[in-house]
Design a binder for this molecule. Structure first.
Ligand SMILES: Cc1cc2nc3c(=O)[nH]c(=O)nc-3n(C[C@H](O)[C@H](O)[C@H](O)COP(=O)(O)OP(=O)(O)OC[C@H]3O[C@@H](n4cnc5c(N)ncnc54)[C@H](O)[C@@H]3O)c2cc1C
Length: 286
């Protein structure tokens, strides 16, 4: 399939980019890594008048530590995240998750900001961003604003980005002493989107769960804290003597759709299996 005709522009600054977004409104589409967008254009799921390539804008890429946060530029490629010593040291959840994002070719071009803007409910990085309690920094003609990751993802592929805005950077609090990360993903093949996934940060006091931020992906409409499940875990001792209460809570948080060849009930069962298994595994290493 071929995309419909479009104009291509490559602004050299944010100022120019905001001009283009203002001028073309809904007719403009941002091109970052192009790994999701170009497939959609090829299938004619969208037919923008202008494709605005943001790869010529300086300062949108890179990974650095600022205070107790890791700052990841929106244009940072997945491969940079994969190879980053900063991510390995301070964001072990992201370091593990990124190995599950697509394949080498896609990781060479795909970007962190693109993944968040696209907001696929089966994507790993949006779930990790919420689990970390991160902040999405967006900018537009009116200036910059910071959106809590908890408030950024609204529904399937819908975010709090407003017309004329770009994601500029993502700020993730470093994993603190006492915090442990949980990551699990079930997909048909390694690198495929998740059928069922779990990303979380759990604070342990000895073997007791003092705090939990669990986020599911692949079996929810959008990433958000699984509040009932996280609350049910508070005060529990690992390994869990009984999983019944947590599993009941999961029913309040999860609302999976059927995927080809997999029923929603099966996803719920699989989510329970990975949750129990990965939480109990934390105890072995505390
Ligand atoms: C075969 C294949 C397998 C994949 N598997 C996975 C997987 O397992 N897990 C996973 O998470 N992803 C997967 N992906 C998607 C991949 O991670 C993409 O990189 C990601 O979804 C989009 O990033 P991108 O930089 O390519 O964005 P693009 O495709 O360029 O853009 C995607 C959307 O985001 C918008 N956008 C991009 N950047 C910005 C910005 N800074 N501000 C505002 N809007 C912006 C664009 O306008 C567009 O609407 C896969 C892709 C392919 C092709």
């Amino acid at each position: 399939m071929k995309p419909s005709r479009f104009r291509y522009v490559k602004p050299a600054s944010l100022h120019e980019a905001f001009d283009v977004l203002e001028q073309f409104g809904d007719g403009a589409r941002v091109l970052a890594g192009g790994q999701s967008l170009l497939a959609g254009l090829g299938m004619r799921l969208a037919a923008p008048e202008v494709l605005m390539d943001i790869n010529g804008i300086e300062g949108l890429s890179g990974i650095r530590v600022e205070g107790d946060e890791v700052v990841i530029g929106a244009l940072t490629r997945h491969v940079e995240v994969l190879n980053s010593p900063i991510v390995a040291q301070h964001l072990p959840l992201v370091a593990e998750a990124i190995t599950h994002v697509a394949h080498v070719a896609v990781r060479n071009r795909g970007t962190f900001g693109g993944s968040l803007a696209y907001a696929d409910p089966a994507a790993e990085l949006p779930a990790c961003t919420v689990a970390h309690g991160g902040t999405v920094v967006v900018g537009g003609r009116q200036g910059r604003r910071e959106v809590r990751a908890d408030d950024f993802f609204l529904d399937i592929m819908q975010t709090a980005l407003q017309p004329g805005e770009l994601i500029l950077e993502i700020r993730l609090p470093v994993q603190r002493p006492g915090q442990r990360h949980v990551f699990a993903e079930l997909s048909r093949r390694h690198g495929d989107f998740a059928l069922v996934g779990l990303a979380g940060l759990v604070t342990l006091e000895g073997a007791r769960v003092a705090q939990a931020r669990l986020v599911y992906f692949g079996c929810v409409s959008h990433p958000q804290i699984a509040r009932a499940t996280s609350a049910a875990l508070l005060g529990c001792t690992l390994p869990l003597a009984s999983f019944d209460e947590v599993q009941r809570a999961m029913l309040q948080d999860l609302d999976p759709d059927e995927s080809p060849g997999m029923r929603a009930e099966t996803k719920l069962e699989l989510a329970a299996v990975v949750t129990r298994r990965h939480l109990n595994a934390l105890q072995e290493t505390h």
